[in-house]
Design a protein around this ligand. Structure first.
Ligand SMILES: Nc1ncnc2c1ncn2[C@@H]1O[C@H](COP(=O)(O)OP(=O)(O)OP(=O)(O)O)[C@@H](O)[C@H]1O
Ligand SMILES: [Mg+2]
Length: 248
């Protein structure tokens, strides 16, 4: 990272579901081209934060600025334009079961960018190679792939549109340590090669330590501690210490 330009800014974001307040005055700055990891216990609101960034959920209160656009004020068309710059890797790989690998990875290229199929094929092959998958798998359906392969296909789909932002929700969950490591290396590589700004949500601490420029711990609706992996490990907040040491 050469410069520290804030590209995503959350201010005092509040969100309740029924009477349960999940985000409570959450404020956070994300720098351009960094990989920011959000850690925190299950059910604390990590996926909820990502859904707000994608404009899939609106806060009850507060401001969310992405590239200086207040996204809570955008109409559906403007939001779609902004979403074109985003790639999502969902918590479950969330591939379309009835579509093959090519159709899954090319989905947004064909739907949102109206790219000709021959061109899309080139892009899909290039992205599959980037995530370490062989070209032969393009005709396979998700049911024929292992969990790790599905995660990679999900990753290839997220980066097919050359996004400026990639949001990863639990990219290594359910994977064996070797596949998880491969996914971590991919996240690092994509950041290096494509210069994306990434937010990774995980409760896998070894993954967090490996990929993060900075880590923030979400707890009780807020980021209660934030810094480099080393700084976070030295943070004396008992809630952070408990989380870090209970997951060792
Ligand atoms: N659409 C929704 N409607 C009602 N409640 C919701 C909705 N989305 C999330 N919640 C609730 O908000 C809280 C936070 O959920 P969220 O999925 O963001 O947690 P998480 O930190 O991602 O958890 P995990 O690590 O298990 O994925 C949970 O109590 C959940 O039940
Ligand atoms: Mg989640």
């Amino acid at each position: 990272m050469e410069e520290k330009k804030v590209i995503i800014q959350l201010r005092d974001v509040c969100k309740s579901f029924q009477n349960h307040m999940v985000l409570k005055d959450l404020s956070l700055d994300i720098y351009k081209e960094e990989t920011f990891v959000i850690i925190g216990p299950s059910g604390i609101g990590k996926s909820t934060v990502l859904k707000h960034l994608a404009g899939l959920l609106l806060p009850d209160f507060g401001s969310i600025c992405i590239e200086n656009l207040e996204i809570t004020q955008l109409g559906e068309l403007e939001l779609n334009e902004l979403r074109k710059k985003m790639g999502f890797v969902f918590q479950s790989a969330a591939l379309f079961d009835s579509l093959n690998v090519f159709e899954n990875v090319a989905f947004r290229l064909l739907r949102d960018y109206q790219i000709p199929v021959s061109e899309a094929e080139k892009i899909v092959l290039e992205k599959l190679e980037l995530v370490g998958l062989k070209p032969e798998i393009i005709n396979k359906k998700p049911a024929e792939l292992s969990g790790g392969m599905k995660k990679r296909v999900g990753l290839a789909r997220a980066i097919a549109v050359n996004p400026e932002f990639v949001f990863y929700d639990e990219p290594t969950s359910g994977l064996d340590p070797i596949s998880a490591r491969a996914i971590n290396d991919l996240i690092l590589n994509l950041q290096k090669k494509l210069k994306v700004t990434s937010i990774v949500v995980t409760h896998d601490l070894s993954s967090a330590y490996r990929v993060a420029n900075r880590i923030g711990m979400l707890y009780d609706g807020k980021i209660i501690g934030l810094g480099t992996p080393e700084a976070l490990q030295q943070n004396t907040d008992p809630r952070i210490q408990k989380f870090i040491y209970s997951t060792l």
